[in-house]
Design a protein around this ligand. Structure first.
Ligand SMILES: NC(=O)c1ccc[n+]([C@@H]2O[C@H](COP(=O)([O-])OP(=O)(O)OC[C@H]3O[C@@H](n4cnc5c(N)ncnc54)[C@H](OP(=O)(O)O)[C@@H]3O)[C@@H](O)[C@H]2O)c1
Length: 181
């Protein structure tokens, strides 16, 4: 099931270990600067949707939301969590995507990014047109995991390996087959 406005792509972007680990103690469990650069260049200027805990993680190390991108947080809390800020708040993932699509259209963009964490990825897999993966070729200990990707749903459109790095990783882009038709 794809969201209403099919002109605006919904893309998940995630860095994921071999054992599907994506986080530990509400932090990223590795540092790959090329991954952060790719994340920045892909998401810059686009709306970014995240769970309340991922926003807290970002605020923990950056002390502010991601610059140059409209942040939309998903929370069941009905109070405004970040008053007097530019942070948008949504009560459901679908509502967050609608807000993101509206902002994307206003800014002349055609893509909305879902940037985590585990709860939000798990619930939005069926809504995604595209997955940008950084696959870290190691098992990593952690407490947050990405859902299993059903390979039959996706076509690989990019795969760039970086075996020289420690840990080695690959940039992989998957497009939903149904969307390619
Ligand atoms: N490797 C990566 O690329 C990557 C990227 C992002 C994050 N991460 C990692 O992921 C971890 C955080 O993931 P997480 O699963 O703990 O938290 P999360 O998905 O970031 O946020 C969870 C929160 O989102 C809200 N929420 C979830 N489902 C909802 C729904 N259906 N409707 C409304 N609100 C909903 C709830 O907020 P309330 O409790 O306020 O209601 C919930 O507590 C961290 O370790 C972080 O470092 C990794």
């Amino acid at each position: 099931m794809i969201t209403k406005n099919d002109n605006i792509k919904t893309s998940l972007i995630v860095a994921i270990a071999q054992n599907r680990c994506i986080g530990k103690n509400n932090r990223m469990p590795w540092h790959i600067s090329e991954d952060l650069k790719r994340f920045k260049s892909l998401t810059m200027g686009h709306p970014v949707i995240m769970g309340r805990k991922t926003l807290e993680s970002i605020l923990g190390y950056l002390k502010k939301p991601l610059p140059g991108r409209d942040s939309i947080i998903v929370t069941r809390n009905t109070q405004t969590l970040y008053p007097n800020t530019q942070i948008h708040q949504a009560g459901t993932i679908e509502q967050a995507i609608e807000i993101g699509q509206k902002i994307a259209i206003e800014n002349g963009k055609d893509e909305v990014f879902i940037i985590g964490g585990a709860q939000i990825y798990t619930q939005s897999m069926t809504l995604a047109h595209r997955l940008y993966l950084t696959k870290v070729h190691r098992d990593i200990a952690g407490d947050s995991f990405f859902p299993v990707i059903d390979e039959s749903d996706w076509e690989e459109i990019e795969n760039i390996a970086h075996e020289e790095h420690n840990p080695p990783y690959s940039f992989i882009t998957l497009e939903r087959r149904q969307y390619l038709l």
